[in-house]
Design a protein around this ligand. Structure first.
Ligand SMILES: NC(=O)c1ccc[n+]([C@@H]2O[C@H](COP(=O)([O-])OP(=O)(O)OC[C@H]3O[C@@H](n4cnc5c(N)ncnc54)[C@H](OP(=O)(O)O)[C@@H]3O)[C@@H](O)[C@H]2O)c1
Length: 218
């Protein structure tokens, strides 16, 4: 189903998701702190007519489905900038990971009994947060065929309708339905975010080659 998608964060992931959603026929507005940046003007120029660019608030207002593609440690600030009135009642696909890279890999900001996704949910109770796609390289997110064979994308959240909306977008990105694993409520975001340090070590061990997790069932 056609949707208006508002993307908060205009970096690598934001633009990758925007391009994937545009390929799937959706209308997309990319929300940036500085929409006048030349690289963003260039992105807009090469994108289809269904693409637009604005400040963060404008993208949040535009989207029926929202995507958080900001640096994890800046996500709460970015969502505040988006304006609560533009978030209320909407589904938010949260792709962000909060933490810092160091010589050992990645040190998470929230661990064990906490996660970025839950922090967002708790500060914006009327937003329907769904965590997905944070466990893979951005190139795979909207183009799963870049990794051969069957592999897995996880999804979790407290609101079934919001999860269905995100699942539909994943289908538009050509994720097979049987490769989408619903882990239940948003507390599962703890596990999804805590996978990231392993992902970072894998990325280094595999020398930057594209890969993804495949859950193989008996
Ligand atoms: N790259 C990947 O393959 C990958 C994979 C899985 C998950 N992720 C997660 O996805 C998110 C985005 O990653 P990325 O690779 O796209 O990073 P990126 O290229 O550095 O982009 C980050 C974006 O966040 C924005 N931002 C940072 N702090 C902000 C704030 N306080 N308010 C508003 N906007 C803010 C930046 O805005 P400015 O341009 O104005 O600085 C930029 O648009 C991260 O949380 C990352 O952990 C990335």
């Amino acid at each position: 189903m056609w949707m208006r998608i508002g993307i908060i964060g205009s970096g690598n992931v934001g633009r990758t998701i925007a391009d994937g959603a545009l390929r799937a026929g959706h209308d997309v507005r990319l929300g940036a702190r500085m929409p006048e940046k030349p690289e963003l003007r260039d992105w807009l120029e090469q994108a289809s007519e269904a693409a637009s660019l604005s400040e963060i608030e404008g993208a949040a207002e535009f989207g029926e489905l929202l995507v958080n593609a900001t640096t994890g440690d800046g996500s709460l600030e970015a969502l505040r900038e988006a304006g609560e009135e533009n978030l209320d009642g909407k589904a938010l696909l949260d792709i962000a990971n909060a933490g810092t890279s160091n010589e050992h890999g990645f040190e998470l900001t929230y661990v064990n009994d906490d996660s970025l996704a839950e922090r967002i949910q708790s500060e914006f109770p009327d937003l329907r947060v769904v965590k997905a796609l944070n466990t893979m390289h951005r190139e795979v997110m909207a183009a799963p065929e870049k990794v051969p064979g069957d592999h897995t994308v996880f999804i979790c959240g407290n609101d079934d309708e919001a999860k269905s909306q995100v699942r539909e977008l994943l289908g538009d990105f050509r994720w097979k339905d049987e490769n989408v694993i619903d882990l239940g409520d948003l507390t599962a975001a703890r596990a999804l975010e805590m996978f990231v340090p392993l992902w970072v070590r894998l990325y280094s061990a595999l020398d930057g080659q594209l890969f993804n997790i495949a859950v193989v069932r008996a």
